[in-house]
Design a binder for this molecule. Structure first.
Ligand code: FO1
Length: 315
């Protein structure tokens, strides 16, 4: 069983590659839920849905989130009432939020509802929220403390991030399937997701980091930073403003002691020796993912190298 940690579009892409590279049911994806929030009385779980839609093959290929070809009549109607539809929920995507909210209100756990949605959309991979309890990322900026989607979407990630808080995390527990999947894990993959606000909340759930650290399976990360820049989102600026190096080396340092190996892009080949000096194995390859076949190609390389079947490209 491969266990992947993921959040956001980059994480979803590699998760799809891993799902394609393995027999059905041989992958569990543990997903960040600290981006989740309430809007119009509905529970919105962007990272869960991004992974769900990507693995179901229905994600919008342009944005990476939302459903391909979705319409936005509901948002237009909301604008007609004089409200700013700042978070663009597609009409078909709305169905997910409406049903999720109903099931949660009836007492089902987020784990159960997510598994039901995955089954309904034909996804054989186990999609697991990091926790069934609510955790909310708050971002400290010169403009004050902001809710994550306010920072990310409404204010377009333009504020300088001076701190990050995972509100509620102390009371959260790993979702039951997290420990179960880790008990069977043969490889743990840290997807190319923002290490601070996508992987960070997962590792901050009390007990979860320890479960990973104590798991005997090899652990491999894929750097979301290529050539010093994030492929998508504010990870590069966030790393820099929080005092980390915005580079694949910086990512390796953040995961030091937890992962054994890292995959970095060809463009960052010159950083490989410094990372190896820190004691991590390094695979240098093309990490910028195109379509599903390319995601599967990278996933196969990650699995092979993670399991020690191939030597790290000394390129
Ligand atoms: N991101 C945006 O930049 N603008 C949006 O209007 C937006 C809507 C949206 C709707 C559903 C969904 O699942 C995701 C959506 N996202 C949107 C993406 C989301 O805010 C981020 O990708 C994650 O929270 C960061 O991982």
């Amino acid at each position: 069983m491969i266990v992947a940690l993921a959040g956001g579009v980059g994480g979803a892409k590699l998760a799809q590659g891993l799902a394609r590279a393995r027999p059905p049911g041989d992958l569990t994806v543990v997903i960040n839920t600290a981006d989740d929030f309430d809007l119009y009385g509905l529970r919105i779980c962007p990272d869960l849905d991004t992974v769900l839609y990507t693995l179901a093959g229905i994600a919008d290929p342009t944005t990476g989130w939302g459903i391909a070809g979705d319409t936005h009549h509901a948002m237009d109607a909301i604008a007609g009432y004089g409200r700013d539809p700042w978070f663009r929920l597609g009409d078909r995507d709305l169905a997910t939020h409406v049903l999720r909210t109903e099931r949660l209100r009836d007492g089902s756990s987020l784990s159960t509802v997510t598994a039901e949605f995955a089954a309904a959309l034909g996804v054989a991979t186990a999609l697991v929220p990091m926790s069934d309890e609510r955790v909310a990322t708050l971002v400290d900026t010169p403009a004050g403390r902001l809710e994550f989607q306010d920072y990310f979407v409404a204010r377009r990630q333009q504020d300088v991030v001076t701190g990050v808080v995972f509100d509620g995390v102390e009371a959260a527990r790993p979702a039951p399937a997290v420990a179960e999947s880790l008990a069977d894990a043969t490889l743990i993959v840290f997807c190319p997701s923002n290490p601070i606000v996508s992987i960070g909340p997962i590792l901050a759930v009390p007990g979860l980091r320890d479960l990973i650290a104590k798991c005997p399976a090899p652990k491999i990360a894929v750097s979301p930073i290529v050539g010093g820049r994030a492929l998508k989102g504010p990870a590069d600026r966030m790393l820099a403003s929080l005092g980390f190096e915005s580079s694949a080396l910086g990512v390796a340092k953040m995961y030091a002691g937890l992962v054994d190996a890292i995959v970095i892009d060809d463009e960052d080949a010159a950083l490989a020796p410094a990372i190896r000096e820190g004691g991590m194995r390094v695979l240098v390859t093309q990490t910028v993912m195109g379509g599903p076949e390319d995601r599967e190609r990278l996933a196969a390389e990650v699995i092979g190298f993670g399991l020690g079947r191939e030597r790290g490209g000394g390129r």
